[in-house]
Design a protein around this ligand. Structure first.
Ligand SMILES: [Zn+2]
Length: 152
């Protein structure tokens, strides 16, 4: 798909925000020894989504669709030949990360999240649970990071 310069620039900006916030989460978890269970990579994605949905997207900075676009392109480049390596990796599969981000965005703000859900083709069965998934995610973010970040 050929993108015009402005659209491409917007996608890159949003993807860089998503990567920055993801890496910031790793740094905060590591430096402060924030206790987490499960995959830290998923927590870092949740952190990036939480901050994007709360503070960036409401100010007109798209992050979720650009991040989904970025992961979709990564997925295409990796191909399916390396499935074993991908399954052994500490990250969720790119396809899972795409659906997770879109679902949580939908749960965070149904109006804005619809564009992400449409962009990734989020199945209705998953979409129905996104409000509850996001509520748990936000509760977890606030509980784990409240000592280090003052939330509004
Ligand atoms: Zn990571």
């Amino acid at each position: 798909m050929k993108l015009d310069r402005n659209r491409f620039s917007q996608l890159i900006d949003g993807a860089v925000w998503a990567i920055f916030l993801h890496e910031l989460a790793h740094a905060m978890i590591d430096i402060n020894r924030i206790p987490i269970t499960g995959r830290e990579e998923d927590v870092a994605d949740q952190f990036a989504l939480f901050f994007s949905a709360k503070y960036l997207e409401p100010r007109g900075v798209p992050v979720v669709v650009p991040a989904a676009w970025f992961f979709r392109n990564l997925e295409k480049r990796r191909g399916e030949g390396n499935l074993q390596r991908q399954l052994a990796d500490e990250h969720s599969l790119d396809g899972q990360r795409i659906y997770n981000l879109a679902c949580w965005a939908l749960g965070a703000e149904p109006g804005r999240g619809q564009s992400a859900a449409r962009f990734v083709g989020l199945p209705v069965e998953r979409a129905e649970r996104c409000g509850a998934e996001y509520a748990r995610l936000e509760e977890g973010m606030r509980a784990r990071f409240k000592k280090y970040i003052s939330f509004r």
